[in-house]
Design a binder for this molecule. Structure first.
Ligand code: SF4
Length: 187
């Protein structure tokens, strides 16, 4: 039996509305600066590009919230990474396929980069990324408020573990900004 159930929820809205209502760049950047990944991976801020320009010029924001519910309650918090990894691989691979099919801009889930062995990112040494064709920033890294995104657009409250145990479910959020007319998440 699979260890968890994953379900994708999709919301589409004008990109300008999403930016106006859910981007709070200065406040979210303050959270990023306290994260141990800050400046340690090419997928995390600070960036060598202007985030406002990076997210601009797109008509539509397609957002995906993936809810991962463990099959059995009471899993240790340390199991979260094991449950999240295959879903991140699935989501990131689909997002990159969408970019190549429709153009646009993919935003991956926040967290350590998937594309090199842990602890081997080139950024701390100031060397170029090994896989720039595959690394995408998260929506958070571009200043979006993910807690409000999930609660107000998806009706999903983020949950956190406590006393070493995983919460009732985990939520991953990714997105795709584009100018196409026929984009479908499952298409
Ligand atoms: S692909 Fe490798 S070098 Fe590039 S950001 Fe990820 S871990 Fe760092």
């Amino acid at each position: 039996m699979k260890e968890y159930l994953a379900r994708d929820f999709v919301v589409t809205l004008p990109a300008a509305d999403y930016i106006a209502r859910f981007r709070d760049a200065d406040r979210i950047a303050g959270y990023c600066r306290t994260c141990p990944n800050y400046g340690q991976s090419w997928g995390c801020p600070p960036f060598d590009f202007d985030a406002e320009e990076y997210i601009g010029g797109y008509a539509t924001a397609l957002l995906v919230a993936t809810r991962i519910t463990p099959a059995a309650p009471g899993l240790p918090l340390t199991a979260a990474r094991r449950l999240i990894l295959p879903e991140r691989e699935r989501l990131e691979s689909r997002l990159l396929d969408m970019e190549s099919r429709w153009g646009g801009r993919a935003f991956a889930y926040v967290g350590s980069c998937l594309h090199c062995p842990e602890g081997s990112c080139t950024r701390p040494e100031g060397k170029p990324c090994r896989h720039p064709d595959r690394v995408r920033p998260s929506l958070e890294a571009c200043g979006f408020d993910i807690g409000r995104t999930t609660s107000e657009l998806f009706g999903i409250e983020l949950r956190w573990g406590s006393r070493g145990q995983m919460p009732e479910y985990l939520t991953l959020v990714c997105g795709f900004f584009h100018n196409a007319t026929d984009v479908q998440w499952n298409g």
